[in-house]
Design a protein around this ligand. Structure first.
Ligand code: TRP
Ligand code: ZN
Length: 473
């Protein structure tokens, strides 16, 4: 029985053969026409996430934010923004889209000239006065703003720009970035970022990367400046605002750390953050050098049990426990530096992060990874835990339990099958080869076979493509 993977490969080469045959014909055709960029990046789970026809290089976000007034006023804030976006058209464009949701664009310029635009649900469609030529870098400036609320994802979980009484928790996975800036919101279009965030005096605005200048205060408002020079998927951007206590230090591996902790969460709820330095050293020994210019945590006091691996600055709501601190740090390599090519590839994010905590626990003298694996396999075959093919969990199953635990178990089973040396060579080559971009499940299978020299088709069929408990592999 051919697996999906083999089918996809066969199809790929057929397409390549057709393209080769077609090449001489298109070479003599008219220069390609100016067309409309697609309203999505082509991800079947979220058809309107991201856009076609543009490659964003840099977002410069100038934000002015007022949080919600005290109880009993509704939890609504106000955000005014100017987004200056450097992008390269990847096709000749007469029109293109950015994702923007719940906020209103008031002025748009392209290459300094006023452009016309329309807004629907998730889409801001921009028609420049002069058409855009493929490959020719241009600058788009969007002035926008409006009321901020508490948006939710398709599962009903808070995400995006989540308004709070004392600020905002900003956590976008998988496609919530359009709730606070106009964006090509798909991991396949990574970009660098800079931020200038103005908030009422006394509040701290924390984004990715490092402060580029000290904060300034004028007329009761403070402005915080951040620069994030490492390419980043939009879902990992943050600009959280709160009444934070800031702590800056340098970790043992040399990484500058910037932590921001809500005063209500100081002490026990955030004390495990002190393990960050040791964890950086440990994960570097497994995966290679820490990939970014800085790290740190935001610990907020909003909803319960939330954590997100926001790039260089993991977000924790209420509690940063040891396992979660390890999980979000491991994501910096696995998920952030190497990001999912399609959202269906999410098991590679959550499986690696979960497996990383198994290995950290072993390193600390707790259960070995082998014990965690054996525990997981005690779940009976008729338990719904085994009903999900984790390589295609569906948009509503992205963060389902098996994506995490079966994902981790898959990696442990692979380690046992190919051997420790090959497994860690695989991990490091994965990060080295695909770091700064995205990679798919097919890429992971191909690299596993390359590094191990084994045919792993039956292995991956059993572990990630079959909605049953694996029995042999
Ligand atoms: N990726 C997060 C984790 O490490 C889970 C998550 C998914 C999330 N979407 C989110 C967290 C949105 C906060 C907000 O487990
Ligand atoms: Zn995770």
């Amino acid at each position: 029985m051919p697996s999906r993977r083999r089918t996809a490969l066969a199809l790929g080469s057929a397409v390549a053969a057709i393209a080769l045959l077609a090449a001489p014909i298109s070479a003599t055709a008219e220069p390609s026409p100016y067309t409309t960029g697609a309203d999505g990046a082509g991800d079947p789970y979220f058809p309107l996430a991201g856009n076609g026809g543009t490659d964003v290089l840099h977002y410069d976000l100038d934000l002015d934010y007022t949080p919600a007034p005290p109880d009993p006023a509704p939890i609504e804030g106000h955000l005014d923004g100017v987004a200056t976006i450097d992008l390269v058209p990847t096709q000749n464009l007469s029109r293109f889209n950015l994702d923007l949701r719940g906020l209103t664009a008031t002025v748009v310029t392209v290459s300094g000239k006023p452009a016309t635009f329309t807004q629907t649900d998730n889409e801001l469609a921009i028609t420049p006065t002069k058409k855009l030529k493929a490959g020719k870098k241009t600058q788009v400036v969007v002035t926008y703003g409006g009321t901020t609320t508490r948006p939710t994802d398709i599962e009903g979980a808070l995400y995006g720009w989540v308004t709070t009484r004392d600020g905002a928790m900003v956590v976008n996975e998988p496609e919530g970035s359009g709730t606070w800036f106009p964006v090509n919101d798909h991991p396949t279009d990574k970009a660098t970022y800079s931020f200038e965030i103005t908030v009422p005096e006394g509040l701290v605005a924390v984004a990715n990367g490092l402060p580029s200048d000290p904060a300034t205060t004028v007329d009761g408002k403070s402005t915080w400046y951040w620069d994030a020079p490492d390419p980043m998927a939009a879902y990992l951007a943050t600009a959280s605002v709160g009444d934070y206590v800031v702590d800056e230090y340098v970790a043992e591996n040399g990484t500058p750390i910037f932590d921001a902790v809500d005063p209500a969460r100081l002490g026990a709820p955030s004390e495990d953050l002190a393990l960050t330095s040791d964890m950086l050293v440990f994960f570097e020994s497994l995966y290679g050098p820490y990939p970014f210019n800085s790290y740190g945590a935001i610990v907020d006091d909003d909803s319960v049990g939330y954590a997100l691996e926001t790039q260089t600055r993991s977000f924790f709501s209420r509690t940063a426990s040891e396992g979660t601190v390890a999980h979000e740090l491991a994501h910096q390599w696995m998920g952030n530096h190497v990001s999912p090519h399609r959202w269906a590839d999410i098991w590679l994010n959550e499986g690696w992060a979960t497996y990383s905590t198994w290995m950290w626990t072993e390193h600390r003298g707790g259960d070995t990874a082998q014990v965690s694996f054996a525990d997981y396999l005690t779940i009976p075959a008729d338990d719904p835990e085994w009903d999900l093919a984790i390589a295609d969990p569906g948009p509503l199953g992205l963060f389902a339990n098996p994506v995490y635990d079966r994902g981790a178990a898959t990696l442990h089973a692979l380690r046992v099958k190919i051997g420790d040396e090959e497994f860690f060579e695989l991990a490091q080559t994965w990060v080295e080869r695909f770091g700064g971009g995205t990679a798919s499940t097919a890429d992971f299978i191909a690299l596993s076979e390359e590094v191990s020299g084994q045919d792993l088709e039956a292995f991956f069929d059993a572990w990630i493509y079959t909605p049953e408990k694996p029995v042999s592999w």
